[in-house]
Design a protein around this ligand. Structure first.
Ligand SMILES: [Mn+2]
Length: 452
């Protein structure tokens, strides 16, 4: 017999992947996990007939020849199945979208693709082979993609996620149903935790990053904590959020983290705690530690381990033009035109920043027929300036709040640079291409033969 399964505590991406395995490898029977992730329960209940799952116990009597594993390459997450496989040496094929360098499944052939969802990986294969899907199957698969990509908006999203989503829509996937399966925060206890976290979460600046931290003690683990953490991420929009839950009943600490920045690599950060996940989403389970002690330790660990954020001084233009306050508006106007600028900082004889003159200010002088007046009569005196240590996020906030496009950077009373809208946009562009390059570097197209 040939079988396929995903990780323990099957989630929506797991189910999406499995429904496609059934199409791609029709001879394989699907085996269900003892645990189904709370977020996946409704979909599972609705569509169980489409999966036609076997229980792990039922495979005990069978001789298993081929095994397909989806959405994990960690032995620990599939041990519940292997304990029922009598055959000591089945051939194993893995399809996984997680960073696959840590594959520890004995003798497996590993196919890795860094797509946002694992379902996209199998969906791409089905699409390329022109395999038709029933609308229900397409709905299941699309739910898996939406779940793992935050509805196609997380940083992990690739072109392929979109392509496969389009293919699934063509196959009749229902967005209405997908949406209903994605509503994860419904239970009263989840809403209570959400409110509790919103009350207690703190925002701190660590190495220039805006970080959310929370600590909460729970009597027992409740389903869907990750969904609650993501909800708070949406509301608060930090660079990263680390939520520590101390579960009294099992005496374990659960750390759930989400990041929006490639510089805050959760996969790497949480590996110290034996945790795992992606760069942008990770979790760890910590045993035998006092909650408050762990929380304090973890906060100082973050202080030491986070790569510093980019600062205003890293992106500012150091070569900039200035004018003197005694210059006439006429001269200033010509100067701006020649230099092709829309505004310029104004300095006094000591080189101190005294104001900012924009085209708009010159217009006012022109209307009043005062072009021979000195710049200082028309310049904006209340210049919004900053020192170079502020984060890019703060630069952004200053631009938006004050409707300005130039931010002079002043240090020791001297103008040392200017951050313009252009500098900011260029930075965002570079950041995006760096993230893409990094993602492509990591594309784990390997055939691992790890033993474990
Ligand atoms: Mn997944």
């Amino acid at each position: 017999m040939d079988i396929a399964f995903g990780h323990t505590n099957m989630d929506l991406d797991c189910l999406g992947s499995l429904i496609l395995v059934k199409k791609l490898y029709p001879g394989y029977r699907l085996v269900k996990s003892r645990l189904i992730h709370p977020a996946a329960r409704n979909l599972y209940n609705m569509y169980q007939d489409f999966f036609d799952f076997m229980n792990p116990k039922e495979i005990e009597e069978e001789s298993i020849e081929n095994v397909i594993i989806v959405d994990t390459c960690t032995a620990d997450r599939v041990k519940e199945y292997f304990s029922h496989i009598r055959n000591p040496d089945p051939s194993i094929l893995i399809f996984d979208h997680h960073p696959t360098e840590n594959c520890d499944i004995l003798g497996a052939r590993l196919e890795g693709k860094p797509f946002g969802a694992n379902t996209s990986f199998l969906g791409k294969m089905a699409m390329d082979r022109g395999i038709p899907l029933a609308p229900e199957e397409a709905t299941i698969a699309l739910t898996g993609i939406y779940a793992d990509t935050g509805r196609l908006i997380y940083e992990n999203v690739c072109r392929e996620d979109y392509e496969v989503a389009a293919y699934l829509l063509d196959m009749g996937a229902s967005l209405k149903l997908v949406k209903s399966f994605l509503e994860t925060i419904k239970e009263e206890e989840q809403i209570a935790v959400l409110h509790g976290l919103l009350r207690t979460v703190t925002r701190t600046d660590i190495q220039g990053h805006s970080i959310l931290l929370s600590y909460m003690e729970l009597e027992e683990n409740i389903p869907g904590l990750a969904a609650i953490v993501e909800k708070i991420m949406d509301i608060e929009d930090p660079d990263a959020y680390f939520a520590v839950f101390c579960i009294a009943k099992t005496k374990t600490i659960l750390l759930i983290a989400r990041s929006q920045k490639i510089r805050i690599d959760l996969h790497e950060l949480l590996s110290v705690y034996g945790g795992g996940g992606h760069q942008m989403a990770g979790s760890a389970k910590i045993e035998n530690q006092e909650g408050p002690v762990f929380y304090d330790d973890f906060c100082s660990y973050l202080e030491q381990s986070l790569t510093p954020a980019t600062r205003a001084r890293d992106i500012m233009t150091r070569e900039f033009r200035t004018i003197r306050e005694e210059m006439t508006l006429m001269e200033a106007s010509r100067f701006l035109e020649e230099a092709d600028l829309t505004g310029v900082p104004v300095l006094n004889g000591q080189g101190e920043l005294k104001g900012f003159l924009s085209l708009r200010d010159i217009m006012k002088g022109r209307k009043a027929e005062q072009m021979h007046s000195p710049v200082k009569a028309y310049m904006t005196r209340k210049v919004i300036a900053s020192d170079g240590s502020i984060s890019i996020r703060e630069v952004e906030r200053i631009f938006y709040r004050n409707h300005i496009g130039h931010l002079p950077i002043v240090e020791d009373n001297k103008l040392v640079g200017i951050v313009t809208r252009w500098d900011y946009l260029e930075f965002k562009k570079r950041q995006n291409s760096r993230e893409r390059a990094l993602k492509n570097d990591n594309s784990p197209e390997v055939t691992a033969s790890g033993r474990g």
